[in-house]
Design a protein around this ligand. Structure first.
Ligand code: ADP
Ligand code: MG
Length: 319
């Protein structure tokens, strides 16, 4: 049975909403906890399409949960528990004002800038003569600020601007490097390369924890290792390229890109997201077929005591 609906607008009237992102909704549970709901919205070319891709949110949220569990020996993180495939209870932290981008390969925007002559990235000097998608000898950290438009920032600058202390940057850069190495190592037997990714951190008291999401297709680029080995310049990526390409191939009469997808494209995109979950985790994402995702989410939140009659009870912090 083809599903026609996904989770688009989330309506949890009794929970105060903290933030609406392009894809995620954040709610206040109590002073120490927030609820992150990953919707099925998809953002392409910086625009959120009007049609959700069923189960995409479950895929992304469950991938993050997978990695939070797999990396907690490297760095404590905000993840408390999965209340629904699409939603997690997380610890409320004070976000640090930088994003730590780690790159294993010269790809994406870094390659575009490099090919136009740029050599210094967030204070890191790259040598001449690198090719598109070439592997760096070791991961390169290119942190940015978290502003309206993120801008690159070098470690000395972020310290003198007071965004982080020198000690914090020492810890952050070490953790980010180790998280990236862990991701790389875990994915190697799965024929996947972790190309680049972005980490966000927050403070819990004076402790640094990993927040936001980790090693998802929204925060990271993945390549198929065999495809990279065959031809690095035309490597196959594990991402929303399928949807992007459909939009480009099906412009509106006025030449603009469509803002919705037809049913068959949605179904294929959904299948591809489920496959991404399997490729990364090695497991199938078990989703109930007998209940609409919105209803499943509401039911799980009620049963967890987050909404509805048991909402007064405190969230058990089972970590
Ligand atoms: N555990 C957490 N505590 C506090 N803030 C968090 C936590 N996890 C993520 N955040 C922040 O919440 C915001 C969520 O934004 P997001 O859903 O990614 O939307 P967008 O980035 O599209 O605005 C980000 O600024 C992120 O740093
Ligand atoms: Mg974000």
């Amino acid at each position: 049975m083809a599903k026609t609906l996904g989770i688009y607008d989330v309506d949890l009237p009794l929970l105060p909403r903290l933030h609406t992102g392009k894809v995620r909704e954040s709610y206040r549970i109590d002073d120490e906890h927030r609820l992150l709901v990953v919707t099925d919205r998809i953002s392409c070319f910086d625009k959120v399409l009007q049609t959700p891709i069923p189960d995409k949110g479950a895929v992304l949220n469950s991938i993050s949960a997978f990695w939070f569990r797999k990396t907690e020996d490297i760095c404590p993180n905000h993840f408390v528990r999965l209340v629904d495939p699409s939603a997690s209870v997380v610890r409320e932290a004070v976000p640090l004002a930088i994003e730590v981008i780690v790159r294993g390969y010269l790809a994406g925007s870094a390659w575009r800038d490099y090919s136009e002559g740029k050599r210094v990235f967030s204070g890191v000097q790259l040598p001449d003569g690198l090719q598109q998608n070439q592997a760096f000898s070791e991961p390169v950290l290119t942190p940015t600020t978290k502003e309206e438009i993120d801008r690159e920032i070098s470690p000395p600058e972020m310290i003198s601007d007071g965004l982080v202390t020198e000690e914090q940057w020492t810890v952050l850069s070490d953790i980010a490097t180790r998280l990236f190495e862990r991701g790389t190592k875990e994915l190697a037997p799965r024929n996947l390369l972790l190309v680049d990714t972005k980490y966000e951190f927050g403070l819990l008291g004076d402790r640094i924890i990993l927040i936001d999401e980790i090693h998802t297709p929204d925060s990271s680029r993945f390549w198929y290792a065999d495809s990279y080995a065959a031809d690095p310049a035309s490597v196959k990526a594990l991402d929303k390229e399928f949807v992007r390409q459909w939009l480009l191939d099906n412009p509106m009469p006025d030449g603009s890109l469509p803002n919705s997808l037809p049913q068959d494209v949605l179904s294929e995109a959904r299948r591809r997201y489920l496959r991404i979950y399997e490729s990364i985790t090695g497991e199938e994402l078990e989703l109930r077929e007998d209940i609409k995702p919105e209803d499943r989410l509401a039911k799980n939140l009620r049963e967890a005591g987050i909404i509805g009659s048991e909402a007064d009870e405190k969230i058990e912090d089972d970590s």
